[in-house]
Design a protein around this ligand. Structure first.
Ligand SMILES: [Zn+2]
Length: 138
């Protein structure tokens, strides 16, 4: 093996491959699914480290949903493997449900009339300035 072939082999360019993978449309979709799905762990880890407690941000559920749909597409249209298809066929349901619950919870927040901080339900007083939030009792 000459030096040029050696460099190509080490870079994974041999036999028309890149990184030892034979690339085509569905292979790109599958690997994109892997990258998106894996990135959710990094997003969740950073969110947890920032707050110093276990946090699951909505970005985690979005990355889970998109990654799963990409991997399901790859499983359905390229691999056509029943084990692989079943692994991703239903996992999008809890991801979507968590996104809906997250959205509803966010919409239920009440804006403080005094300092404009968004307070979580069912707060009666602003956690930032102590102003009364619910005017139904007055
Ligand atoms: Zn306030």
């Amino acid at each position: 093996m000459d030096w040029f072939a050696m460099i190509n082999w080490q870079a994974g360019f041999s036999d028309g491959k890149f990184l030892w993978v034979e690339w085509h449309f569905w292979k790109v979709i599958g690997w994109l699914g892997n990258v998106v799905f894996f990135s959710r762990f990094i997003v969740q880890w950073i969110a947890t480290e920032k707050r110093k407690r276990v946090v699951v941000p909505s970005a985690f559920w979005w990355l889970s949903l998109v990654g799963t749909l990409l991997l399901l597409s790859y499983a359905l249209f390229d691999r056509r493997d029943s084990v692989f298809i079943f692994a991703y066929a239903f996992s999008w349901i809890p991801y979507l449900r968590n996104l809906i619950i997250h959205r509803r919870h966010k919409k239920a927040h009440v804006e403080c009339p005094s300092c404009s901080v968004m307070c979580p339900p069912p707060s009666n007083y602003c956690f930032a300035c102590g102003a009364q939030l619910d005017s139904r009792d007055t």
